[in-house]
Design a protein around this ligand. Sequence first.
Ligand code: CTP
Length: 398
Amino acid sequence: MSLKGKRIILALSGSIAAYKAVYLLRLLKKAEAVVKVVTTPSVDHFVGELTLSSLSGEKVFSGLWNENWSEHVSLGTWADLMVVAPATANTLAKMANGLCDNALTAVYLAARCPVMVAPAMDADMMIHPRTQANLQTLKADGVQVLPSGTGFLASGLEGPGRLLEPEEIFEAISLRLTEGPLSGKKVLVSAGPTREALDPVRFISNRSSGKMGYALAKVASQMGAEVTLVSGPTHLDAPARVNLIPVLSAADMLEAIQTKASAQDAIVMAAAVADYTPLKVADQKIKKKTGDDMNIPLKRTLDILRTIGADKPAQQVLVGFAMETENELENAQKKLVAKNLDFVVLNSLREAGAGFGHDTNRVTLIHRNKEVQALPLMSKEAVAAAIWQEVCNILALH
Ligand code: CTP
């Protein structure tokens, strides 16, 4: 990834994790970014100024009291992006409250560019309500707060507060500074199974792992989109920068999607939504009766795609999935028309390595004009990229 000529302020505050910022600086320089380093006074305890100035090829801005008294202002207007990594609890607190008693906080207040912070601290400091409130304030001020990792901390404790790895911060910077084909677009993806409750302890569900939907959300975000992921229960972590809305039943999923649908440029329904739900949900656990078989009356759920398809704004791209075992193309084509879709992603259950639970998939895209695009067996992320590419092509025609 080239960041040639991009102007980045790399701001360090005093944490053991400051050594990772040295690696980050190397990655940024290798990508040909112009990097100016800003430090708080306590960084001296962890990384020497000579290391930072040698690697950046620029003088480090470390104190307010030098001959160039307005350097914080010129830096703040110079940069394309300011990245605070590591961001300690103390520096985050100062930033959230507008204090400017050192070079870093003064540059932050003067910055006109987007600002990103990568927190690093001990687990208890991270979960403290004050730190959490400060992070919320910063988010409300438009600062991009990168997640912290969970794991082994320098104190010997384990938990949240680990600075992200240099490569992960670099990826977030690259994404922020480079326009993707879906930049400025809002997209919604549904994923996973739904759960239809029978009683307080039982439900009907299906084998969907959510992998295809999560891959779609991840790739859309990497392509620059603002992504909402409405997901039934899965074992997967939400991809970075994706707004996850967890739901359980088909009815919950419909409600979550309906409130967001009209604002989206594209919606891809990858969820395996239950077609039927129990007619009644028992208030108490259903007891077995000796000797009797049991029947559960089911009623149809509302078809989410059909519902949003009926109200689809003219500019919106709507994509559905179909899983067929016979008359595949014909049935998929019928779905496309009935649900007012732009194209259908036909999943083949006959292929080894495709469908539920696998990391790969083989799909065929079926378009309104009956064009059929058969894709080879590939990773779900590659399938997701092909689907978004098709969405981009349609959006470009609107
Ligand atoms: N879908 C939906 N709401 C439902 C059921 C399905 O939005 N209540 C969506 C799915 O997310 C998927 C597409 O509709 O995008 C699948 O269509 P569906 O008619 O359910 O087809 P299949 O499940 O593939 O097959 P069948 O018609 O045999 O049920």
